[in-house]
Design a protein around this ligand. Structure first.
Ligand code: ATP
Ligand code: MG
Ligand code: MG
Length: 408
């Protein structure tokens, strides 16, 4: 039997855990760089893990020296050391200098880490994004905020250029009274301002990108378009298909997402978050070059190739050229489980998944092995049905209600 490749993973949260869930049956060894006891290490025992931070260059090199390919579950990693590993190499235990491929490419990671630069890049490719402008730091911030509201008008968003997730790093400026609180909240970080987008819905498309060894894109494979619903900037639910949206709009979203991902570098899955406007046009919000919350429901809806299996197969360059990501479920809804006020606030929801039987609808619970904290993503539940005629949202109303109760 040929030796299974060893895949090095930076970050061992829930995305890493689900990557391991997909990789186990496929026979891949996944070596994780993160703290001991993290969600991914809990379910994947091997002697190749590294303990420490995925931001620590020495630890990333230690991991790379043990692996055939490196990938990430988070974009906020040390892109400089990944560039060095991919282009110059890393010293292995036997003393040899060996290049280890990094997918997605360190170029993509470096670009998307700065959300302002990311969107400047898309703009240059004629991909629609919201008008934006960089804000000065320190003394210059107040002046550039004034320029921002003259240029963009109220309301607009002040966003941290780097390091943000779940909206931590975003501040909506509704009028002059919000300028000072915005500076107080984010003033120490490099910032940019972005025009408020009066979207009617948020859409997302996951794309599998393949590439040859010279770095030329060889395939763009979209998953079905989904609707994402955010509450307080955190994803709350995902709907496949999007509710009351024409197939033509879904196809357009796939096309735009494909254009976005084609303009980036490396193999793997990429999530493209988009705004749908009243006139049916689409604007790109941001891209995550990795498995993503909006793709969880494809574990059950596209069982042939979940986003996690796709990530593994893409980085190993074994994706069938003829691959189509056709759903086997007619409808799917994913609800995120966020921690409540008490450590056991979500127990009733878990019980419901055990006791509630819905004819024609399957329930799939995923808990991540994380301690519950208020607002923390600790799991998700996906509902699927083969029937296009079932009112799935209505069917699962007791679950939606329970998810809402956890947060109160
Ligand atoms: P993620 O966890 O997706 O990485 P993030 O911290 O990078 O989140 P964004 O994606 O920039 O944050 O914004 C989070 C949410 O805030 C969006 O999904 C959207 O609901 C809202 N939002 C962001 N930018 C705008 C905008 N310009 N106009 C209107 N709403 C916006
Ligand atoms: Mg983001
Ligand atoms: Mg986002």
């Amino acid at each position: 039997m040929t030796k299974a490749p060893v895949i090095g993973l930076l970050g061992g949260g829930q995305l890493g855990r689900m990557l391991c869930e997909a990789g186990g049956p496929l026979g891949y060894d996944i070596a994780i760089l993160d703290e001991d006891g993290c969600p991914a290490k809990q379910i994947n025992v091997n002697d190749k893990h590294v303990t420490g931070s995925f931001k620590d260059a020495a630890k990333v090199k230690e991991l790379a020296a043990r692996c055939d390919v490196l990938t990430v579950e988070i974009e906020h990693v040390n892109a400089e050391v990944l560039e060095e590993i991919a282009t110059k190499g890393v010293r292995t235990a036997s003393g040899e200098l060996r290049k280890v491929p990094v997918h997605p490419s360190w170029r993509t990671l470096r670009l998307v880490q700065d959300k302002f630069e990311q969107k400047e890049h898309f703009k240059a490719q004629d991909i629609p994004v919201a008008p934006q402008m960089a804000l000065g730091g320190g003394e210059a911030l107040a002046g550039s905020l004034r320029e921002a509201y003259e240029e963009l008008a109220f309301p607009f968003m002040v966003k941290a250029r780097k390091g943000s997730y779940d909206g931590r790093g975003n501040f909506k400026v509704r009028g002059p009274e919000d300028l000072e609180p915005a500076v107080e909240a984010l003033g120490k970080l490099p910032l940019y301002a972005e025009k408020w987008v009066p979207f009617v819905m948020e859409l997302a498309v996951m794309i599998v990108r393949t590439e040859d060894d010279e770095g030329n894109c060889t395939g763009i494979y979209p998953y079905p378009t989904v609707e994402t619903v955010h509450e307080d900037d955190v994803c709350r639910a995902v709907f496949m298909p999007p509710r009351k949206v024409d197939a033509a709009v879904c196809a357009k979203a796939q096309k735009v997402a494909g254009q976005v991902v084609r303009s980036l570098w490396g193999r793997g899955v990429f999530a493209v978050e988009m705004f749908l406007l009243q006139d049916g046009s689409i604007m790109v919000n941001e891209v995550a070059p990795r498995p993503h919350n909006s793709g969880h429901l494809h574990i059950e809806a596209v069982p042939y190739m979940s986003q996690y299996k796709a990530q593994l197969h893409a980085i190993l360059d074994i994706v069938p050229k003829s691959m189509k990501l056709i759903p086997r479920a007619s409808q799917a809804i994913m609800l995120n489980i966020l921690g409540g006020a008490a450590a056991d606030s979500h127990d009733k929801l878990v019980k419901l998944t055990e006791t509630e039987y819905m004819e024609g609808t399957d329930v799939h619970l995923h808990l991540y092995g994380k301690a519950s904290k208020p607002g923390r993503k600790i799991g998700h539940v996906t509902f699927t049905t083969p029937s296009p005629d079932v009112d799935l949202e209505k069917t699962i109303a007791p679950f939606v209600n329970e998810v809402d109760l956890i947060r109160q």
